[in-house]
Design a protein around this ligand. Structure first.
Ligand code: TRP
Length: 338
């Protein structure tokens, strides 16, 4: 990567299903922090959403809900550019060129497609298959260098770098696209299901008890933490001793991430304490941290016109950056400009 390149953050969340604690700590809090460090573009991935069926009557309000969560978590539209992906047509146009740069063999290796498609890939949309190519276009249309995402997106970032590199090479435009890096580390990087410490907290888990949603009220949060799976041992003195105890490790990790402390610090306070005592403390902390976010989301959702105004302004700013990149790409490829 060229070192003199202007650092730029880009990320997005799909408007499918409710946001949960894992999204909050792993994505939203990270976006909010990064907006003060680098120029930041955060979008709502509604083009990606329709790779699987979405009710057209609901999609706009799902997009507003993600935007409301961004704002509630502290993304500041005066600082960060916040927009719906479908309002910036340059993403889809660049994706076509990238469809012709990426190789079938590269996409055949994508594990997220295999996980989502399961046994019947012939029944999935073609869009689900080329999903990571559109993701590469989302990132590279802004020549972004830093992409805050979860662990599960690492492979899509590798593909993005492969596409950037092949484009730069094939068209003999060295350094035209940067080779962007995933930003994964951070306290919220591994928030696991409350029912199973070995699988990620996920919107698609059939059990609502597996996750804490950003819109859960205090009572729901208390119930879910109380029912969270644990083991009978008290909390140890060091993080090392949590290695073989995934559920315990997850709950301590959530506590630490919510407080902005390390697991080691939390254990210093709670060593020797059992879950009967620890869980109510965790529940109180989760309620204290999340209920203002849920309240703020509801306030934003009560004024959809204001959200739409913010998204329209963001889309305008995004296009100012995306359009010149696309114009350059068209000229590089030999397309008609216009
Ligand atoms: N695939 C990402 C996810 O499911 C969402 C996404 C789409 C994205 N385009 C992106 C994330 C570009 C980062 C950058 O989490």
């Amino acid at each position: 990567m060229t070192t003199h390149r202007h650092p730029r953050v880009l990320s997005g969340v799909q408007p499918t299903g409710d946001l949960h604690l894992g999204n909050y700590l792993g994505a939203l809090v990270k976006f909010t922090r990064l907006q003060h460090e680098m120029e930041t573009f955060i979008f709502v991935a509604d083009l990606h959403a329709v790779t699987q069926w979405q009710d057209p009557k609901l999609l706009k309000s799902q997009v507003r809900e993600i935007a409301a969560a961004y704002l509630a978590a502290g993304l500041d539209p005066e600082i960060a550019t916040i927009f719906p992906q479908s309002a910036v047509p340059e993403h889809a146009e660049l994706a076509w060129v990238f469809n012709c740069v990426a190789r079938l063999g590269w996409l055949d290796r994508m594990t997220q497609f295999k996980d989502k498609a399961g046994k019947h890939k012939e029944r999935e949309s073609v869009g689900l298959y080329t999903y990571p190519v559109l993701q590469a276009a989302d990132i590279l249309i802004y020549k972004a260098t830093h992409v805050p995402v979860g662990e599960d997106q690492k492979q899509h970032l590798e593909l993005t770098r492969d596409i950037a590199q092949k484009f730069n090479h094939d068209f003999e435009v060295p350094d035209f696209f940067p080779l962007p890096e995933a930003v994964i580390e951070g306290p919220g990087a591994r928030i696991m299901s409350l029912r199973d410490g070995s699988s990620k907290m996920s919107k698609s888990d059939p059990s609502d008890y597996s996750r804490i949603n950003l819109t859960d009220d205090a009572d729901a949060i208390l119930q879910k933490v109380r029912k969270a799976r644990t083991d009978p041992e008290p909390l140890p003195e060091t993080p090392d001793e949590l290695k073989e105890r995934p559920e315990a490790q997850n709950l301590v990790g959530i506590y630490a991430a919510l407080e902005g402390r390390t697991t080691a610090e939390v254990l210093t306070e709670f060593a020797g304490v059992g879950f009967g005592q620890f869980k109510p403390r965790l529940a109180d902390l989760a309620v204290a941290k999340l209920s203002p976010i849920g309240d703020a989301m509801r306030r934003f959702m009560a004024d959809p016109a204001e959200i739409d105004r913010i998204l329209a302004t963001g889309a305008g700013r995004a296009r100012e950056v995306a359009a010149p990149t696309l114009a350059e790409v068209k000229s590089i490829v030999g397309y008609w400009a216009g």
